[in-house]
Design a protein around this ligand. Structure first.
Ligand code: PMP
Ligand code: GLN
Length: 380
């Protein structure tokens, strides 16, 4: 028998719930992906580049034209200047970027602080690097970080802290003050940071996205990770990028070149064309998704669920405390079968089982799907 390097791990909850939704022909609000098409010009650009024969390896760090386009976008939307040759790397998805960044930072025995609930790929990446994940809970009510508690968890072995804003699965958004405090902690304790910002453009109401790259001291210690899949609605294209200072980027690339070597060439060309033609397309997303969140939530107003505020991401948490005391893992399966709507149980994002009764619903879906899902959820 082959001993497992990840004995605690099974198939991800996203794969499980999407498969269950398909089996029961349920509306799939579980896995995070849009069910509506990406911009036609972007899809046509991919077809064009594939047909024109751009189908061989790209440069390892990503197409220079795409890295230039990323640098221009960071300058235009965030007032961040960075060198595309030494600070930007294009990878096949944010997941690989996170894996390579964590692998680059963590030596066997190092401790890594993860804030629970947290995205499912962080812990396995730390474990595979021989590190020890130290899980610190976010505040139970609003999922804000308790910086005092986080600092208390830092030891002489702590090398890395992972943050995620806007946050999956809660939709919470870190404030300017949060990142200011984090900057001070990072300097004081000599930490590195992986900042997962894949939902950077999906921020609602009066909230704003603050990138770790906008804080000088923080930026010097940060791998910031982004996903074209989220921003351009093409999760299946599996393309993302990492922005980090030159010394960190050099280590990240050493690993990336042996994990995947390169991202897909015609996808990178299509993204380059679309970013040049529609530089402000990402700024249209907040209004689109806020409309979807509000549509879903208002249709649930008379349900027995309590809505949790979602300031960002494309996820809405529903609290079912008034309906059932059963485990979220049981209810999401049962309600997929009985009421035809698939969701994700929030407990799977926790190391210590939470006291809250929460299910995560993805509202990156067509309006009629959201209305139909809400109608079915109102029957519970
Ligand atoms: N981080 C978070 C918080 C996510 O929700 C996801 C899922 N899309 C990823 C990273 C991975 O993104 P990608 O599909 O580009 O690998
Ligand atoms: N990030 C997506 C989610 O949270 C899923 C990605 C995946 O299936 N690994 O739903």
């Amino acid at each position: 028998m082959l001993p497992s390097k990840l004995p605690e791990v099974g198939t991800t909850i996203f794969s499980q719930m999407s498969a269950l939704a398909a089996t029961h022909q349920a509306l799939n609000l579980s896995q995070g992906f849009p069910d509506f098409p990406a911009p036609e010009a972007l899809r046509q650009a991919l077809a064009k580049h594939a047909l024109e024969g751009h189908n061989q390896y790209a440069p390892m760090a990503g197409l220079p034209e795409l890295r230039d386009a990323i640098a221009r976008q960071l300058a235009r939307h965030r007032n961040i200047s960075c060198n595309p040759d030494t600070e930007i790397t294009v990878l096949p998805g944010a997941t690989e970027a996170i894996y390579c960044a964590i692998t680059a930072c963590v030596m066997p025995g190092d401790e890594v602080i993860l804030l629970d609930p947290c995205y499912d790929s962080y812990r396995p990446a730390v474990l595979l690097a021989g590190g020890h994940p130290v899980h610190v809970p976010l505040s139970a009510g609003d999922f804000t970080p308790d910086w005092g508690r986080i600092e208390a968890a830092i030891s002489a072995r702590t090398t890395l802290l992972v943050i995620n804003s806007p946050h999956n699965p809660t939709g919470a958004v870190l404030t300017h003050e949060d990142l200011t405090i984090l900057s001070a902690l990072v300097v004081k304790h000599g930490l590195l940071v992986v900042s997962d910002e894949v939902y950077e453009y999906l921020v609602y109401d009066n909230h704003r996205h603050h990138s770790a790259l906008q804080f000088e001291a923080l930026r010097a210690a940060t791998f910031a990770v982004f996903s074209f899949g989220k921003t351009y609605g093409v999760t299946g294209w599996k393309t993302g990028y990492c922005v980090a200072p030159p010394a960190l980027t050099a280590e990240l690339r050493k690993i990336h070149q042996y994990v995947c070597f390169v991202a897909v060439t015609p996808v990178q060309q299509a993204l380059t064309d679309f970013m040049a033609a529609e530089p402000d397309y990402p700024l249209t997303l907040a209004a689109l998704y806020q409309h979807k969140r509000d549509l879903f939530n208002s249709a649930l107003a008379h349900s027995r669920f309590q809505l949790r505020p979602s300031a960002g991401s494309y996820f809405q948490l529903l609290d079912y405390s008034d309906i059932s005391t059963a485990a979220d893992t049981q209810l999401c399966t049962q309600w997929t079968r009985e009421f035809g709507v698939a969701s994700i149980p929030v407990s799977v994002f926790h190391q210590q089982p939470p006291t809250q009764n929460l299910l995560r619903f993805c509202f990156a879906k067509r309006d009629n799907v959201l209305e139909q899902a809400a109608e079915q959820l109102c029957r519970i």
